[in-house]
Write a protein that binds this ligand. Structure first.
Ligand code: XUL
Length: 521
């Protein structure tokens, strides 16, 4: 049997997903919820509560405890770890872990002591800033200024200096705790940290997640000397060289063999970021298929042939785990904005769907909106920016069908405009996340993008992507063969574009572009 284990350490949980490549089936899914299952870490949402909304840190030992608990549960449930032929994983992006000793230089894990107690003395910083932290605006400015401006940071690393990205967070650590920074032998990411725990070796950061640090030179795949120097002193010595995502970074430490019954020598493939891993789990590693995730915030991501960068500076470029690059563009006004419209006009979610499909037409008879109920990251708006143009009733939120269609059209037009720089027109768009059940939204996306919309049966695409990456490294199966077995389109979730609707969006698209230009974004 060919079993491959994928792990995903997200903000709120650690999931495991096991695939059987012979049977072509997902054979196991299990998760540990940080808040519920590990209450002693006092992190109900996966991070340490802090009254300052900009400060979001997590206890890195929580991730280690979750790993131990997850494996303990799987073993208690009768799972045969000995049948696993390879392991890979993913982690929430950008979050960083600071070690006073490289894991490679630490003693081998002792099976007599819980892992957390062995890892605790290795930390040079008790908490890890995570992607929800936005406290580094000053450091972003300093880094950009030191290298010649944001356009230089974008050109080298694929993103402008961003608060949640690791480089600005490292700089803040150096500025606020210089002694602890000086004692730090290694800075790593959540993804590579977990791979290091599993292998008992310092696992290198991969190109997928490494590109989310504002430190990696996309062209060379090496840490940029200019960005390292602009970030913090001696940083080069604290980072291992970044590696392609398919790199075998080691084998499971004997601890895992003894405690859980893994086969000795089980290979571990580099861990990556959750978004690059989802690109694999959604079967979208070839250009031409984009992914839209509709959640609290919305995300568009897609493979790219070339390492192009967003000239407007909102999008990000990460490594594609299958080789090459991917873009990721995040929109803060996702479900929260859709729900706000539904609330204002008193539409239930099914009525919201029916309003789009049955009671309004593509283009919305000229009723349009700028959909920023909350501050936005793409385009960058520090204040909400809500503007309605159209009939009086529409402008007063008294035309529920038109108001429902308007938010969805505006969001789709924004996603299209702000992903136009990747230079690939997607033929198909795979939509995931809670709102992907809404056929009205799917139809608008199909018509605005002039693409076939597909939904997939898998829900945990990051963990599936991790299992597929482990399988790809461990078998002779190609990506296409793996996708044919494991990335199954949900036949009922397929939506085609309508030629007349595609034409109807020419004018709204131009109008949306004019509005963006008027805002200077
Ligand atoms: C991406 C990002 C988030 C995290 C979530 O830039 O910050 O998607 O990866 O886990």
């Amino acid at each position: 049997m060919g079993l491959y284990l994928g792990l995903d350490s997200s903000t709120q949980s650690l999931s495991a997903l096991v695939i059987d490549t012979d049977a072509g089936q997902v054979v196991l899914q299990e998760a540990v919820n940080f808040g519920q299952d590990l209450p002693e870490y006092r992190s109900p949402h996966g991070f340490l509560p802090n009254p300052d909304a900009q400060l979001r840190h997590a206890d890195p030992l929580l991730w280690v405890a979750a790993l131990e608990l997850l494996f303990t549960r799987l073993k208690a449930g009768g799972f045969d770890f000995g049948a696993v032929r390879g392991v890979s994983g993913s982690g929430q992006q950008h979050g960083s872990v600071y070690l006073n000793t490289r894991i490679s230089d630490a003693p081998a894990w002792s099976s007599a002591t819980p892992l957390v107690d062995q890892v605790r003395p290795l930390l040079s910083r008790a908490s890890s800033p995570i992607w929800l932290d936005s406290s580094t605006t000053a450091e972003c400015g300093e880094i950009a200024a030191a290298v010649g401006g944001d356009s230089v940071v974008v050109g080298v690393t694929g993103s402008r200096a961003i608060e949640r990205f690791t480089g600005p967070q490292i700089r803040k650590f150096w500025k606020t705790e210089p002694e602890a920074y000086a004692k730090t032998a290694e800075v790593t990411l959540v993804s590579a940290f977990i791979a290091s725990i599993l292998t008992g070796q310092s696992a290198p950061i991969d190109f997928g997640d490494g590109a989310g640090m504002n430190l990696l030179d996309l062209q060379s795949g090496a840490w940029s000397p200019a960005l390292l120097a602009a970030t913090a002193p001696n940083l080069a010595q604290k980072l291992l060289p970044a590696v392609p995502s398919a790199t075998r970074v080691g084998e499971l430490e004997p601890y895992f063999v003894k405690r859980f019954g893994f086969a000795p020598g089980t290979p571990v493939i580099a861990f990556t970021g959750d978004n690059p891993s989802s690109l694999v789990g959604m079967g979208a590693t070839e250009p031409g298929t984009a992914v839209i995730s509709l959640g609290t915030s919305d995300t568009v991501f897609a493979a790219m042939r070339e390492p192009r960068t967003d000239p407007r500076g909102y999008g990000h470029v990460f490594g594609n785990p299958a080789g090459g690059f991917m873009c990721l563009i995040g929109f803060a006004n996702g479900s929260l904005a859709r729900e706000e419209v539904a609330r204002r006009v008193g539409l239930s979610w099914p009525a919201f769907e029916a309003a789009i499909l049955q009671r309004t037409k593509p283009g919305n008879e000229g009723n349009s909106m700028l959909p920023y109920f909350f501050p936005e990251m793409t385009p960058k708006l520090l204040e909400p920016k809500l503007e309605l143009e159209g009939t009086e009733a529409f402008r007063a939120f008294q035309d529920p069908p038109a108001n429902a269609r308007a938010i969805v059209e505006a969001q789709a037009l924004s996603m299209q405009r702000h992903s136009d720089w990747i230079g690939e027109r997607p033929r198909s768009v795979r939509v995931t996340g809670g709102a992907s059940k809404n056929r009205g939204i799917l139809q608008v996306l199909a018509d605005v993008f002039d693409a076939r919309i597909e939904t997939l049966s898998v829900s945990n695409s990051a963990a599936l992507g991790a299992a597929l990456r482990a399988a790809q490294a461990g078998t002779r199966l190609s990506w296409a063969e793996l996708y044919a077995r494991f990335v199954v389109a949900d036949a009922s979730g397929r939506v085609e574009s309508s030629p007349s609707a595609v034409v109807a969006y020419a004018e709204p698209r131009a109008k949306f572009a004019r509005k963006m230009q008027a805002l200077g974004v």
